[in-house]
Design a protein around this ligand. Structure first.
Ligand code: ZN
Length: 147
């Protein structure tokens, strides 16, 4: 299978069967965003523990396949992770879309790198980049904003 096809399959899978959808119990941070250009909406919920571990992470949202897949992949990748590492992964992801850099963090498994990289296809479509980055920017806002 070509890499492009694999990426498309991953995105469709996450868009059709989003992981961690809904409000996670006992969340203490949240933020939402709206992309009027595409009609995408996302609301991120997370539970940040005293030891700075993101013990739970979920989202509610509607919109295009890219925006749903991106939010689902975000929760799947960062749930249960340390706050600083999560921020690093987010920076790396945003950099990948902006500067076409590769994801190389050693805190991610090969499988997780492939999953995150599936969204790199939108690099060629400036209108869609916002669809892919919105959930990740919203996560950063949520981390700054206590309930
Ligand atoms: Zn969209």
């Amino acid at each position: 299978m070509e890499l492009k096809e694999l990426y498309q399959e991953i995105i469709l899978d996450h868009a059709k069967n989003p992981r961690n959808k809904g409000r996670c119990e006992g969340y203490n941070h949240d933020a939402k965003a709206h992309n009027p250009l595409c009609g995408d909406k996302v609301h991120i919920y997370l539970k940040l523990e005293k030891d700075k571990n993101i013990s739970d992470l979920s989202f509610e949202g509607e919109g295009c396949a890219i925006s749903l897949a991106s939010a689902s992949i975000l929760t799947d990748t960062l749930k249960g992770r340390d706050l600083q590492i999560s921020k690093k992964i987010t920076d790396d992801f945003l950099n990948m879309l902006k500067n076409k850099s590769k994801i190389t963090l050693n805190s991610l498994s090969d499988n997780q790198i492939t999953t995150i990289s599936s969204l790199s296809g939108v690099q060629e479509f400036p209108m869609r980049i916002k669809c892919a980055t919105m959930a990740w920017h919203t996560l950063l806002s949520a981390l700054e904003k206590k309930v």
